[in-house]
Design a protein around this ligand. Structure first.
Ligand SMILES: Nc1ncnc2c1ncn2[C@@H]1O[C@H](COP(=O)(O)OP(=O)(O)OP(=O)(O)O)[C@@H](O)[C@H]1O
Length: 283
């Protein structure tokens, strides 16, 4: 069933970890202001996995950047742990569609980059970096250059980089969009494993995940937030009542197919009304 903007608070969670409160974003542009987001309200609790889907240009990346404090909203507010976000915050790790690894640095040194940028002691994080690389199956690649890795391996390294400072929130903007279908399916399973889908909620990170693939959103998330064409608003929020742990088999279940189809139908009714009208959500 589609739910209201907030899920029932999970036991022991006093307030949502991320609160988007009547947020709007207007970009100044030479051709006139661009209203990217309008009156978005959304509460995300600790340990939740939330997917954002919507037509191309509806403001998904804008919302992610606002949550990270990279580009604060122009009206309303985004709060993390109750504190308004108006500059980049350390509680967030980000993964983008391109792995954005520095090609002249080793994989290990790429993973350690946030440590250096934060002015922290590299030596203290070395073992954690190796541990993360082992966790994603890159234990033997720490000394390689990114150019020696496949696209999926580079994206795994980018995940390690996002996790090195152990942020409670992981924001992932189409992280697997550039990968082939099979690698992408593998990465989905890998992500659920790293997230700890069989762990208690309190032990998990909070993930916000942007994707154009509706089945991917349903497969991964606890809730799927559907955004309307620009200016992006929350059109609907669907709970995903599919048990965890989810496995490769889950992809073939009727529950996943039916919910994905419902969201697809909802979105194809609204698609094309945005200014981009291409590259939108797909099956
Ligand atoms: N820096 C900017 N200056 C002006 N307009 C911008 C800027 N960034 C984004 N926009 C506009 O804001 C709207 C939302 O962009 P955004 O990238 O957030 O959408 P999106 O849903 O992530 O798109 P896609 O699915 O294609 O990646 C678009 O119309 C875009 O052109």
């Amino acid at each position: 069933m589609a739910s209201t903007a907030s899920p029932p608070p999970s036991p022991g969670t006093a307030r949502p970890l991320i609160e988007v409160d009547h947020a709007g974003m207007v970009y100044p542009a030479e051709s006139g202001p661009v209203e990217a987001l309008r009156d978005i309200s959304l509460s995300i609790h600790e340990g939740e996995f939330v997917a954002l889907v919507g037509p191309s240009g509806c403001g998904k990346s804008t919302l992610m950047r606002a949550m990270a404090g990279l580009r604060p909203v122009t009206s309303g507010q985004v709060r993390v742990q109750g504190v308004p976000v108006d500059k980049p915050i350390p509680q967030v790790g980000m993964v983008f569609q391109a792995a954005l690894l520095l090609k002249w640095r080793s994989v290990l040194d790429n993973v350690l980059l946030p440590v250096e940028l934060a002015g922290l002691d590299r030596a203290r994080y070395r073992e954690r970096a190796h541990e993360l690389l082992r966790l994603v199956g890159l234990g033997d690649f720490a000394g390689k250059r990114p150019g020696e890795l496949s696209g999926g391996m580079q994206q795994r390294a980018a995940m390690c980089r996002a996790l090195i400072l152990d942020p409670p929130i992981l924001l992932m903007d189409e992280p697997f969009g550039a990968l082939d279908a099979m690698t992408r399916d593998d990465m989905n399973l890998e992500l659920l494993r790293i997230w700890g889908q069989d762990q208690p909620r309190a032990a998990r990170k909070t993930i916000v995940f942007v994707t154009h693939s509706i089945p991917e959103a349903v497969f991964l998330a606890d809730r799927v937030v559907v955004m309307s064409p620009r200016p992006g608003r929350v059109a609907d929020i669907h709970d995903v009542p599919i048990a965890r742990p989810r496995t490769a088999r889950t992809r073939a279940t009727p529950e996943l197919g039916q919910l994905a189809f419902r969201i697809y139908t909802e979105l194809s009714g609204s698609a094309g009304r945005g200014d981009e009208g291409r590259g939108g959500p797909h099956w």
